[in-house]
Ligand binder design. Structure first.
Ligand code: PLP
Length: 758
């Protein structure tokens, strides 16, 4: 790809992994090129390798304060966790009294490696003990009363010193008192991965039986870690073989990893170059970042309590923004942070924050920002400056209202907002600055109000296409003073409106600048269902019905039809409504349903009749109404509403998208551009991401929220070759699918997106 306006990377995801310190990388390189021996070899090269290994072990003991017990090198903490759990449970199995119904305890906020390993070994070893999560309080601190009550019966208890998502630091000495005063014999593992280098450990002074550590969380290489095992704690090798590590962990040792760890240990015991900052300095860094974040995003909420967290982790949410949006924003500004939750379209919260009892919105929107002890003042300053820059970028999209910003991305036409599977539409006539909102969703109220104000728009109406079963309308929260006094029906349609006659039909409409929003009664899904068609007013008045966008509610959904098994549903009415609408609309006119369960954005009658036989049969009157009703009832019988889950407004069918389009890698892109005439290169990210950073040649920005608008404009020019790009190739791929489904003939996207093109 050609030159990209680049900002240097600011890496703030140290809890996931860290870069290797230059001195550690050098030491590792030396063990690959010169001191590359096998520590088991008895010749000089081998002896030199063994010397590095033993020196590293002795430094490890110093770092964690382990004068006794074993320190065994592993591939990382996950292996250390297996070793500890296998050892403890295998021994417990030999000695437990099966009548007593023992349990296994672990902290509810442990890294998944712990509960998953417990489940695994509990099953493999045929123990079948109950595995219980120890609850935590709002700060992530373990419930000591729960432990006191349960631990006497526990084969093993697993806790962590510092949490990876929140930095919450447990009080190990209090924990020890509770555990040991109730059960001196249970095996206790403490996951120390996120504590290394951040918390002083004097492990010999404790009764901790097992403590796993990992190198790559503290500037050593990936693939190296170690586990401490208390003297007399039971031990079973997790890996048997050539007898390395005195037979405790077989396999040729990872000497480069060990050499890198050796350098890190030097830093920790004060024999290095002094690259690690003191705790006090790290606290100052945290305060500085927290201040920058709060200034940039005044509504920010912090999910971790700084008073009981290590200073290197900040976990926060910005109300009104999803974790994915903030990640995309920061990534565009070349700041790397991570989300607390898995970033999928079906939003899931962070189980750690859920266990702490934080509100779901906070958990779903959680962002983790973490740095390591090698952070420098210059890096923190740069991060703070960049955070402010990110916030200003949001002003481009009018997602925050910044009066002093002069190059805001101007809205004109249709914008599609989504919350889960539900859609909300904003239509703007930029000339008159008039706007209308269709299907208002409560989660979007603040965002819509901000956009309206930021763009200086005059709201003409807020309308629902029917009384929704799955959510309450947020209509009244959006009304301006003028609209509040206007008389409307329960869906927001004004009592006073114009009418026009088209094909002998008398249709009411309201003005939105030079456009007209026409109401068409389309009952079926519910008795009150309407469709709203946006037409050019002049054309309409001349008797020509040419809808640019038809908001069809839950009449036609993408890949299916709206359900007709509600109390106020009527499948025979739906049959009539489908015929009415199909008679009015052009085959290629865009349909904008109120749901998009599969990331398909918009559709057309043409696209739907190709994949929905039932709809095709109704439209072409090949099926009598009675048969339609039977088939429809069968289709709806597939919907099974479950408590606490989104109510589905139509039965999903198996007609998932699978439309082929060109997937180009970076090299193929240039060849494609050379071979294809008049290609339009489109950056599909949101305007704030685009404003922060984009490739020069991708000089057109069509955010996904305006894909429907773009398709509407391009309706008659489907031969236009297009190449789409986004951050990772995921958004460009779903947009390409939609374009191809709607008949665009030459669509390609950059596989891997900007991420792989740099
Ligand atoms: N425990 C905690 C608290 C962690 O943060 C991680 C890594 O994210 C692990 C265990 C697993 O460590 P490793 O990647 O070394 O297997």
């Amino acid at each position: 790809m050609t030159e990209q306006q680049q900002l240097s990377q600011i890496y703030l995801d140290a809890n996931a992994t860290t870069p290797v310190l230059p001195a550690a990388a050098q030491a590792a390189l030396a063990t690959m090129q010169t001191q590359f021996g096998n520590p088991s070899s008895s010749h000089i090269t081998g002896l030199q390798a063994k010397q590095i290994m033993e020196q590293t072990r002795s430094k490890a003991r110093k770092v964690i304060g382990a004068s006794s017990g074993q320190v065994i090198f592993t591939s990382g903490a996950t292996e250390g966790i297996q070793t500890a759990i296998l050892s403890a449970l295998y021994q417990a199995k030999q000695s437990y009294n099966s009548n007593k119904k023992p349990c296994i305890l672990y902290g509810a906020t442990e890294h998944k490696a712990v509960p998953e390993s417990l489940k695994h070994w509990n099953h493999i070893l045929d123990i079948h003990s109950e595995i219980k999560a120890i609850p935590v309080d709002k700060d992530g601190m373990l419930d000591l009363d729960f432990i006191a009550k349960e631990v006497s019966n526990a084969l093993m208890i697993c806790t962590m010193a510092v949490n990876n998502e929140t930095g919450a630091e447990q009080d190990l000495s209090k924990l020890e008192t509770v555990i040991r005063s109730n059960n001196p014999n249970t095996y206790w593992m403490v996951d120390c991965v996120q504590a290394l280098g951040k918390v002083e450990l004097k492990i010999a002074n404790t009764s901790i039986d097992y403590a796993p550590f990992s190198g790559h969380k503290l500037y050593a290489m990936k693939g190296i870690g170690f586990v401490y095992i208390r003297e007399k704690a039971p031990f079973t090798p997790f890996i048997a073989g050539g007898g390395q590590e005195s037979g405790l962990r077989s396999g040729t040792e990872n000497l480069p990893g060990l050499a890198s760890l050796n350098v890190i240990f030097d830093e920790l015991i004060g024999q290095g170059r002094g690259v690690f900052a003191t705790k006090e300095t790290l606290c100052d860094y945290r305060d500085q970042i927290a201040k920058a974040l709060t200034t940039a995003f005044p509504t920010i909420v912090f999910n971790n309590n700084f008073a009981c967290s290590v200073p290197t982790t900040l976990n926060f949410a910005i109300p009104g923004f999803s974790a994915k949006e903030i990640l995309d924003l920061f990534d565009a500004a070349n700041i790397r942070v991570s989300s607390g939750s898995a970033c999928s379209s079906k939003v899931t919260g962070s189980f750690v924050l859920d266990a702490m009892g934080l509100p779901q919105t906070q958990s779903e929107a959680a962002i983790r920002l973490s740095f390591g002890p090698a952070a420098t003042q210059a890096e923190i300053d740069a991060a703070c400056e960049r955070i402010a820059y990110c916030a200003r970028a949001l002003g481009h999209s009018c997602l925050v209202n910044m009066n002093d910003l002069d190059n805001k991305s101007k809205l004109d036409g249709l914008v599609q907002f989504k919350v889960g599977g539900s859609c909300c539409w904003l239509f703007v006539d930029s000339e008159s600055k008039e706007a209308v909102i269709i299907e208002p969703l409560a989660e979007l109220t603040q965002r819509l109000l901000t956009v309206l104000e930021c763009q200086g728009l005059k709201l003409r109406a807020v309308i629902d296409t029917h009384g929704h079963a799955d959510h309450a309308s947020a209509r009244t929260q959006l009304l301006n003073d003028e609209l509040k006094t206007q008389k409307t029906d329960h869906l927001g349609w004004p009592a006073q409106c114009n009418v026009v006659t088209v094909d002998m039909l008398t249709l009411p409409f309201i003005d939105v600048g030079k456009f007209a929003l026409v109401k068409i009664a389309t009952p079926g899904h519910t008795q009150d269902s309407i469709s709203l068609a946006l037409c050019h007013k002049a054309e309409l008045k001349a008797g020509k019905f040419n809808s640019l966008y038809t908001f069809c509610g839950d009449l036609i959904l993408m890949g299916t039809l709206g359900r007709t098994n509600f109390e106020s549903s009527d499948a025979s009415q739906m049959y009539q409504s489908l015929q009415l609408l199909s008679g009015l609309l052009e085959q290629d006119s865009l349909l904008c349903p109120s749901h998009d369960y599969n990331n398909e954005f918009v559709t057309t009658l043409n696209a739907e009749t190709q994949r929905n036989q039932l709809l095709a049969d109704v439209v072409s009157v090949r099926i009598p109404v009675a048969d339609f009703m039977k088939k429809k009832a069968k289709l709806d019988s597939h919907i099974h509403d479950q408590a606490n889950q989104e109510i589905m407004c139509g039965a999903l069918t198996s007609c998932s998208q699978n439309h082929s389009f060109l997937e180009l890698n970076n090299d193929a892109l240039q060849a494609h551009l050379d071979d294809t005439k008049d290609v339009q290169l489109i950056d599909i990210r949101e305007p704030h991401e685009y404003a922060l950073n984009h490739a020069q040649q991708f000089d057109k920005n069509v955010p996904l929220t305006r894909l429907a608008n773009f398709i509407g404009l391009q309706r008659l020019n489907k031969n236009q070759p297009l190449v789409l790009v986004c951050r990772s190739g995921s958004r460009s791929s779903v947009a390409a699918q939609t374009l191809v489904r709607l008949g665009f003939e030459h669509v390609a996207h950059l596989k891997g997106g900007y991420a792989l093109a740099q």
